[in-house]
Design a protein around this ligand. Structure first.
Ligand code: ADP
Ligand code: ASP
Ligand code: MG
Length: 403
C-alpha cells in the first residue's frame, strides 16, 4: 500500500518526538508499505514566526510573510529525513515546490491548483521515503505560498489524492475525533467513524483537529482519512462516506470557534446591488463572510450584521471603510468579544426539535443568542465569548453526548 502519514506540531514538538515519528514511519515501511510523510512545524513555531513578521509594523508584505512561515516545516521535514537515514532508510525531504504543489497567488491562505507528481513518483519508485514539508506550495510565478493555518492537513490530503494513496493518516495529540474538544469537555466521547459532511461542518465551525479544506478535498477525492494519536497505538477515527455509517446519531458533535468577529453596519443605502457590492468587495479581499443578517432600518436604509474570522478583520475593515467614505454606509462597529458554538449531526435532517433544544439550553444558562444560522446538518449560534465553555458543556450534556 501507499500510505500518507501526516504528523502535526505536537507530534514533532522536539527532537525526541521526531525520533519517535521516525520509529513509527520505519515500522510502517518494514511492514512493506510505501510511505509519504507530511510534517508540520514544531508546535509553537508558526506562532513565533508570525510574531516575528509583525514586529516591524502593520501589514507586512504577504509574500515575505510566506517565506518566513514556510521555514518551520522545512526544518522538521529535513530533521525527520536525517533521523530516518540514520536508521538505515533512504529518505529525502522536499519543500512544497519540490513536491510539485502549485497554488494560486493568495499568500498566507493559498489554494492548491494542481500537483505535479513526477519528482515524488520518481523518489517513490526508487523506494525512498518522502518527507514533505506541509503547509506550503509555490505559485505560477515561483513564489512560496502557505495554505492557511492548519494547512499541513491539506498538504497531506492533496498529496494522498495526487499519489493515489490507499490511506491518509493524520497523527495528532488526541486519539481521534471526539464529540467535542476533549480539552473543554472531559466526558467527550471518541467517535469510531464520522461522515465527511459532519467532519467538514465541525472543522469549518472551529474544531481545529482537522483543517476544513482538507476534509472538503478528502470528500471530493474520496481519500480514506483516519485521525489518530502519534503517542499511542489506539485505533483512530475513520472519516468516511455517510452510507458507510450504520447508526446515524441525531447530533454527532459540538464545535466552538473563538476566532470570530461581528461587524454591524448601520444606515446602509437601500439600492439594488448594494449587498452584491459590499460582499463582492469582501470576497475580492479574500475575507470569508459567514452569518449575514439584514434588517430594515429607519429612513428607508438597511442594517447588515455579519461575522468574519478575527484574523481577517483588518482586511474587512478596509473594505467597510471604503463604503463609509462613499457614504453608502453610515456607521460600522466591530466586536471581537464573540464566539460561535455549533451543533452538528446528519440525523438532524430527519428530526424536528433539535434546534429548539439548543435554544432552550442557552435560555436555561441565561446566555443571550446574538445570531443564529442553520443548515440541514448544523445549528450555529453567536454568543458572548465569556460563555464559550459553559455553552459547549451544557449543549454536550443536553444532547447526552457523553452517553
Ligand atoms: P496538530 O498540531 O496535530 O495539527 P491541532 O492542535 O491542530 O493538532 O489539533 C488537535 C487539537 O484539536 C486537539 O488537541 C483538541 O484540543 C482539538 N480539538 C477540537 N475539537 C476536537 C474534537 N472534536 N475532537 C478532537 N480534538 C478536537
Ligand atoms: N504549522 C502550520 C500552523 O501552525 C500548519 C500546520 O501545523 O498544519 O498553522
Ligand atoms: Mg492542526
Amino acid at each position: 500500500m501507499v500510505i500518507v502519514q501526516k504528523f502535526g506540531g505536537t507530534s514533532v514538538g522536539d527532537l525526541e518526538r521526531i525520533q519517535n515519528v521516525a520509529n513509527r514511519v520505519s515500522k510502517t515501511v518494514k511492514a512493506g508499505h510505501k510511505v509519504i510523510v507530511v510534517v508540520s512545524a514544531m508546535s509553537g513555531e508558526t506562532n513565533k514566526l508570525v510574531g516575528f513578521t509583525e514586529h516591524f509594523g502593520e501589514n507586512p508584505e504577504r509574500a515575505e510573510v510566506d517565506m518566513v512561515l514556510s521555514s518551520g516545516e522545512r526544518v522538521t521535514a529535513a530533521l525527520l529525513a536525517i533521523a530516518l537515514n540514520q536508521m538505515g532508510h533512504k529518505a529525502s525531504s522536499m519543500t512544497g515546490r519540490r513536491a510539485g504543489i502549485i497554488t494560486d497567488d493568495a499568500h498566507t491562505k493559498a489554494r492548491i491548483e494542481r500537483i505535479e507528481t513526477q519528482t515524488m513518483q520518481a523518489a517513490l519508485d526508487e523506494d525512498k521515503i518522502l518527507v514533505i514539508a506541509g503547509f506550503q506550495g509555490v505559485n505560477e510565478a515561483g513564489l512560496v505560498t502557505t495554505l492557511g493555518r492548519g494547512g499541513s492537513d491539506l498538504s497531506a490530503v492533496a498529496v494522498a489524492g495526487a499519489m493515489k494513496a490507499d490511506l491518509c493518516e493524520i497523527y495528532t495529540d488526541v486519539d481521534g475525533i471526539y464529540t467535542t474538544d476533549p480539552r473543554i469537555e472531559p466526558t467527550a466521547k471518541k467517535l469510531d467513524k464520522i461522515s465527511y459532511d459532519e467532519m467538514l461542518e465541525l472543522a469549518s465551525l472551529g474544531a481545529k483537529v482537522l483543517q476544513n479544506r482538507s476534509v472538503e478535498l478528502a470528500k471530493k477525492l474520496n481519500v480514506s482519512l483516519v485521525t489518530r494519536s502519534s503517542f499511542s497505538t489506539a485505533e483512530g477515527t475513520l472519516i468516511t462516506k455517510e452510507e458507510n455509517i450504520m447508526e446515524k446519531p441525531l447530533v454527532s458533535g459540538i464545535a466552538l470557534d473563538r476566532n470570530q468577529a461581528r461587524i454591524a453596519l448601520g444606515g446602509v443605502v437601500n439600492r439594488p446591488g448594494i449587498a452584491s457590492d459590499i460582499f463582492g468587495a469582501l470576497a475580492t479581499s479574500n475575507v470569508n463572510v459567514d452569518m449575514i443578517i439584514q434588517t430594515s432600518g429607519h429612513d428607508g436604509s438597511t442594517n447588515m450584521d455579519f461575522t468574519v474570522p478575527q484574523n481577517e478583520l483588518t482586511d474587512a475593515k478596509a473594505v467597510v471603510e471604503s463604503f463609509c467614505q462613499k457614504k453608502e454606509i453610515q456607521d460600522a462597529s466591530f466586536d471581537e468579544s464573540i464566539c460561535k458554538v455549533s451543533i452538528v449531526g446528519v440525523g438532524m435532517k430527519s428530526h424536528t426539535g433539535v434546534a429548539a433544544k439548543a435554544f432552550s439550553t442557552m435560555a436555561t444558562e441565561n446566555i443571550n443568542i446574538q445570531m443564529i444560522s442553520t443548515s440541514e446538518i448544523k445549528v450555529s449560534m453567536v454568543i458572548d465569548e465569556k460563555y464559550a465553555e459553559l455553552a459547549v458543556r451544557s449543549l454536550h450534556n443536553a444532547y447526552e453526548l457523553d452517553k
